[in-house]
Design a protein around this ligand. Structure first.
Ligand code: 5AD
Ligand code: SF4
Length: 444
């Protein structure tokens, strides 16, 4: 009988993409990919370590899986960022874990499983990608038949002082442009309506060869790539995450040139205080960030803007936090992800004194959330009566009679509709503004 493998994905889009890639390879090697941990022979947890809570979840989940699948005791493996960072130590932490699969080992999982089958008690692979291992995802493994994630760059060279990513995902490694464009063309043929070009920092995209980019204008390789991808005719193109220091105004120019480049930019600022930004080693200050924002705000189409902020970074005073509030008021974000600082072992900031108390972090979180909610309510109310182009992605989880999707400006949009509409791009008139979504009526 075929060996059944279940992969459970936690964390960011890159993990979703890695799971798709791993599943493709495993199926090619003759494994069956299943939808439930309870009946699987091998359970792989694709893990996240950006924040402490996510990291702790791994060991709780291993316990649960062991408990639920007690009768047949699956082989349990940990992949993703926790695997890469903890390495061998994982085996000491949880005796039931037999496989540790690093972030660049996604194409070698089948051979690792074989080794377990051949009798090895534990296997570990923390090595780099090997020559000939190319990004390859079969459509059946994609997380959606309508929206596809297309990684363009792995890793990060920025070393922001709070962030674990440069350690868990290694140095930046850009995919050849020709390969990316070919994949997008294939996705069009398969009927995909939207792609997200993904990377920890897409603006750092710098492939070894300029092949595939030469005939496109652009101030940076990423600007050229975005134009090359837009030329394929893929109906909707989004990209994330943009790093402020490397964000070039030419990106805004490209969005203005191509209607299929969507009207949404995610540009994490992390703090509004120059002192804290320096300690975070972000390479930008409030003023240089606001300059980029003003370019975005001056675009000929309104571009939706979202950001990440960390509250309670070591040394953050009430005054620093006030600067963050002021910057948030100025930027008028369409959405904001707020995080309470948590120390990540091995990062430079882990050596700083964690001066802000848990209670203070919570208070700042709530205050910032209140400020953002007010801004967001106003922005969302502004959409009332307007029509948005929505890609219908599935049935709404809230109501049986509603469908859900995203607008080009990346807002969640629900409306009354039938499952038959799935996969279509439709115009929906906004009739209601909710906290984090819009509700509307399908236009004829
Ligand atoms: N503590 C809190 N938030 C963090 N993030 C990254 N590292 C940390 C940390 N140590 C947040 C940042 C980043 C987002 C993905 O997670 O805001 O942009
Ligand atoms: Fe982390 Fe900074 Fe790299 Fe983003 S740019 S992944 S925050 S180190």
């Amino acid at each position: 009988m075929e060996t059944r493998v279940y992969i459970e994905t936690h964390g960011c889009q890159m993990n979703v993409a890695d799971t798709e890639r791993a599943a493709t390879g495993l199926r090619k090697a003759g494994y069956q990919i299943t939808e439930s941990a309870d009946t699987a022979d091998v359970v792989l947890l694709n893990t996240c370590s950006v924040r402490e809570r996510a990291e702790r979840k791994v060991f709780t989940r291993v316990g649960e899986i062991r408990h639920n699948a007690e009768a047949h005791k699956p082989v349990i493996g940990v992949m993703g960022c926790v695997a890469q960072l903890e390495g061998e130590a994982i085996f000491d932490n949880a005796a039931s874990i037999q496989m540790v699969i690093g972030t660049r080992a996604t194409d070698r999982i089948a051979s690792l499983i074989e080794r377990i089958k051949d009798g090895e008690r534990t296997v570990i692979d923390l090595a780099e990608r090997q020559d000939g291992e190319n990004w390859d995802v079969s459509p059946v493994e994609r997380h959606s038949p309508h929206v596809a994630f297309v990684p363009i760059i792995e890793g990060c060279n920025k070393f922001c002082s709070f962030c674990i990513v440069p350690y868990s995902r290694g140095r930046e490694n850009s995919r050849p442009a020709v390969e990316i464009v070919k994949e997008v063309q294939r996705l069009i043929q398969l009927g995909y309506k939207e792609i997200h070009l993904i990377g920890q920092n897409v603006n750092s995209y710098r492939p070894r060869s300029s092949e595939g980019l030469k005939s496109f204008s652009g101030a940076t390789p990423f600007c050229k790539l975005v134009r090359a991808v837009a030329e394929t005719g893929m109906p909707r193109i989004k990209f994330t995450t943009s790093f402020p220091r490397d964000f070039h105004p030419d990106i805004v120019a490209a969005i203005e040139e191509y209607s299929n480049l969507c009207d949404w930019i995610h540009l994490p600022v992390q703090s509004g205080s120059d002192r804290i930004l320096r300690l975070m080693r972000r390479g930008h200050n409030a003023a240089s960030y606001l300059e980029k924002i003003s370019v975005i705000k001056r675009a000929s189409r309104r571009l939706s803007l979202t950001s990440d902020i960390i509250v309670g970074f070591p040394g953050e005073t009430e005054r620093d936090f006030e600067d963050t509030l002021a910057l948030v008021r100025e930027c008028q974000y369409d959405g904001l992800y707020i995080f309470k600082y948590s120390q990540r072992p091995g990062t430079p900031a882990a050596k700083f004194d964690d001066t802000v108390s848990v209670a203070e972090k919570k208070a700042r979180f709530l205050e910032l959330e209140t400020v953002q909610r007010e801004i967001q309510n106003r922005i969302y109310r502004n959409y009332l009566g307007k029509s948005l182009s929505v890609l219908v992605e599935g049935r709404s989880t809230r109501s049986e009679s509603d469908m859900t999707g995203h607008s080009t400006c990346h807002k969640v949009m629900n409306f009354r509709g039938e499952p038959g509409l799935e996969g279509q791009i439709l115009n929906v008139a906004v009739t209601e503004a909710k906290t984090n979504s819009l509700y509307g009526e399908l236009l004829g």
